[in-house]
Ligand binder design. Structure first.
Ligand code: ADP
Ligand code: SF4
Ligand code: MG
Length: 344
């Protein structure tokens, strides 16, 4: 993680800290009914999160911490149990008409391009599908060609009649991205966009997402369990644990000087990490049994090592919820110890 692949300047000129957020989660909670009569699963448990125009925000955290559920709620695919989604300062409404218009402006890019492409549809049809759904008027062929070209499939006509199985994994992901771009969205929500790709093509797809931000002013929420990916692509990072954002801030700040013990543990297992890896003990996170106090306390290495005790916060770790972080762009951490030990 020594060198970022970003094209400078980062953040892009549009990403001003004072601009209103393009997309926001406001007090969002999503609870699934319990399985086999068990307690309900609080998959998203009070999230405030903003994505500003021209900004790339990485949402990171272990598998099962609620990233996909949050992303689906932001896309209007899941209706929140509590709270709301805001877009351009307006609350999202859940009428069919509003949602259709919304899904034109906010597009989803899924993890597995093979799963999101119909094997019987040509590349042309896959990309044109969104235009047809939204009753696009104008030159369909030229619009499809332009989207393929933007996604790096050039010359686009060469790909029109190809089928997904005739393409490489990277090309398939570019077709999925072209299908998202064809409607000229303002924001992409990419859920693990390179997780199913070979390491060699990952960099190319990330470079493409960065170029789209620079060329089209596109914003993105990139969901990933991979902190290295966040480092390479994002302006800002939000670290999620058991349904909550536990640390957020500029990517450099969070990933070079992490403050939350959970972020520190995630970073410590990267190959580039300097010190010994932190092995998290305790039960794996389960949203149907969220611990009281700090939800990370049973696994926290800072509490286990006595450091929290020495800082005088061990009781609070066990009994007091460190609370919900605000959505704005400022650096924040939901940890009693990090707050108590902050150096002026
Ligand atoms: N439809 C569902 N019904 C019940 N529980 C669910 C459902 N979808 C997800 N969950 C649970 O919510 C939690 C968060 O899942 P998810 O959002 O997929 O996390 P992530 O994307 O971070 O891996 C998991 O514990 C998962 O088992
Ligand atoms: S509040 Fe306490 S238990 Fe929670 S992460 Fe911070 S030090 Fe660990
Ligand atoms: Mg997921």
């Amino acid at each position: 993680m020594t060198e970022r692949q970003t094209t400078t300047p980062v953040p892009s000129p549009e990403a001003s800290p004072t601009a209103p957020p393009l997309l926001s989660a406001q007090g969002l909670r999503i609870t699934y009914p319990g399985r086999h009569g068990g307690p309900p699963a609080r998959a998203v448990d009070g999230v405030e999160l903003d994505v500003r125009a021209g900004e790339i925000v990485a949402l990171v955290g272990e598998s099962g911490c609620g990233k996909t559920t949050l992303a689906r709620a932001l896309l209007g695919l899941v209706r929140p149990t509590e709270g709301r989604v805001g877009f351009g300062g307006e609350p999202l409404e859940y009428s069919a008409r509003t949602l259709k218009a919304y899904r034109r402006r906010v597009q989803l890019v899924l993890q597995d391009p093979t799963g999101s492409l119909n094997p019987r549809h040509t590349v042309y049809d896959a990309v044109a599908e969104g235009l047809r759904i939204h009753g696009h008027r104008g030159d369909e062929r030229a619009t499809v060609a332009a989207a393929l070209s933007r996604a790096g499939l050039r010359p686009p006509e060469r790909f029109f009649l190809r089928y997904p199985h005739e393409l490489s994994g990277g090309q398939r992901q570019r077709v999925v991205i072209a299908g998202a771009l064809v409607l000229e969205p303002e924001l992409l929500v990419a859920d693990e966009p390179v997780a199913s790709l070979d390491a060699s093509v990952r960099g190319e797809i990330l470079a493409l997402l960065l170029r789209l931000r620079t060329e089209l002013g596109l914003s993105a929420l990139v969901v990933t369990h991979d902190l290295g990916l966040a480092w390479n692509i994002a302006d800002r990072v939000a670290v999620m644990y058991l349904g909550r954002i536990v640390e957020t801030g500029d990517v450099e700040q969070v990933l070079t000087a992490p403050r939350h013990p959970y972020t520190q543990a995630l970073l410590s297992v990267l190959p580039e990490a300097a010190g010994a890896p932190v092995v998290l003990t305790g039960e794996p996170p389960d949203p149907s049994r969220i611990p009281s106090g700090c939800r990370f306390h049973a696994r926290c290495q800072i509490l286990a090592s006595g450091e929290a005790e020495r800082a005088g916060v061990a009781g609070a770790c066990r009994d007091e919820d460190p609370g919900v972080l605000e959505g704005g762009g400022q650096a924040q951490v939901a940890c009693h110890w990090a707050r108590a030990t902050v150096t002026a």
